[in-house]
Design a protein around this ligand. Structure first.
Ligand code: NIG
Ligand code: FE
Length: 417
């Protein structure tokens, strides 16, 4: 099947020469084509250009062709959401009330709430129940424009339950047109039964969980919540090196509440990304420069927990790339809305719309190892894109925060909604 989208007001984030990521002043550059068309064959982008140069597309080679007229509408590559925990059982709106009353995220966690609360509920849930809970979330983010999403384990906290989560993510891949990337996050919190015996839990992650995840080929990535009250830099280092022996690449939760050294550790072990980064100073920026590690900021979590915002302006001005993701999870960011992330990027992090769009497409694709195939409109890339409602400009996307500007979603070359 072929698909021609014509009369596009502006085709956004086009690349003649695809890049893996954009950084520094390059983040403010966004290539677009006004009055454009894009041609899709099978699940790939096959060509694009200006309406005045549109070729005669017919039923070439007997392939059936659909035509969509996008008059007054823009076309964007689908958002890439490189950090979520969207497989979970039950919400945590009660803790949210505790938070409003004044308790901090760490205080709630220390009382056995937080991640441990989600773990108790996930442990009781069957694979089928978890799938049933996750599917509407996937559908919701798809409607909001996401085309590829990373999903972490980490609410299992026992070998069997961590494997269960990763198997659920694998099964979900057959039930959704979204591209899913599973990440193993065995070290998300120390279970209550290991209180005071943290090293033993780290040993369990290393000696039992990682080998089994590897044998069953459930994840290419290894993540750790490296934060005071969770896992130390030493724990993190042990877990990352153990995962790397099995070919897993690190991605770390780092520097959310403290200057922990997590960023430096990520760079040392060539992490694909270090995520959160509210506590980022000159030393962290210096260390990230020239590395292959993508600094990833999660505006939803900072917003929801009322944290200070990561110094993104300073990071980009220093020459760094920045990716942004939703962190969709029941505790610190119960939303997977990447359009909201885009607005936050501009409003709270003072990113230009071009920088923000790069952060949620090509750079976030890089942060989950997908930027060769996703994150821009380029010949040969996966045809994951969306057509907006009638909107005047791409700047309107972050500007008109809170409403869904996406009208038609195309995933793997097919209209998904
Ligand atoms: O990225 N920081 C650790 N993990 C999640 C929160 C998970 C939870 O609270 O359930 C995050 O914010
Ligand atoms: Fe997270």
């Amino acid at each position: 099947m072929a698909l021609l989208i014509k009369n596009i007001r502006e085709l956004v984030q086009v690349e003649k020469k695809p890049r893996l990521k954009v950084e520094g002043s390059g983040m403010a550059k966004l290539n677009t084509i006004r009055d454009a068309w894009v041609y899709i064959e099978g699940d790939r982008i096959s060509d694009f250009g200006k309406m005045k140069d549109i070729p005669e597309y017919g039923n070439s080679m007997g392939m059936k062709m659909n035509v969509l007229d996008a008059a007054d509408r823009m076309v964007f590559p689908s958002f890439c959401d490189s950090h979520t925990h969207l497989v979970y059982a039950g919400n945590r709106e009660i803790e949210y009330i505790d938070k409003i009353r004044g308790l901090s995220y760490e205080e709630i966690a220390a009382r056995g709430g937080g991640i441990l609360n989600s773990a108790r509920r996930l442990q009781k849930a069957s694979e089928e129940e978890l799938i049933e809970n996750a599917l509407p979330r996937l559908r919701e983010i798809m409607i909001l424009g996401t085309g590829a999403v990373e999903i972490k384990s980490g609410y299992g906290l026992s070998t069997a339950d961590e494997l269960k989560m990763l198997k659920v993510i694998r099964r979900l891949q057959d039930l959704t047109p979204l591209k899913l990337v599973p990440t193993f996050l065995g070290a998300h919190a120390v279970p209550l039964e290991y209180k005071g015996r943290q090293t033993e839990f780290v040993d369990l992650v290393i000696n039992e969980m990682i080998p089994q995840v590897a044998v069953e080929e459930l994840s290419d990535y290894i993540d750790v919540f490296c934060e005071r009250g969770f896992f130390t830099v030493e724990d993190t280092e042990r877990i990352l090196t153990a995962g790397m022996k099995y070919g897993m690449r690190p991605k770390i939760h780092a520097n959310e509440m403290y200057f922990s050294g997590g960023v430096q550790l990520g760079v040392k072990y060539n992490a694909l990304s270090v995520d959160h980064l509210e506590c980022t100073g000159d030393a962290e920026i210096e260390c990230l420069l020239g590395s292959e590690t993508m600094p990833t900021v999660l505006p939803g979590a900072a917003f929801f927990l009322g944290l200070g915002y990561a110094p993104v302006r300073k990071m980009i001005d220093a020459g760094l790339p920045v990716a942004m993701a939703s962190d969709f999870n029941p505790g610190s960011s119960p939303s997977g809305n990447m359009q909201f992330v885009l607005s936050m990027a501009c409003i709270k992090y003072r990113m230009l719309p071009e920088e923000a769009i790069n952060a949620v497409t090509i750079n976030s694709a890089y942060a989950m190892g997908l930027s060769e195939e996703y994150g821009s409109i380029a010949v040969g890339k996966k045809a994951n894109l969306f057509i907006t409602k009638p909107i005047p400009s791409y700047e309107f996307m972050p500007y008109a925060y809170g409403s869904n500007k996406v009208e038609t979603v195309i995933l793997n070359g097919e209209v998904a909604r």
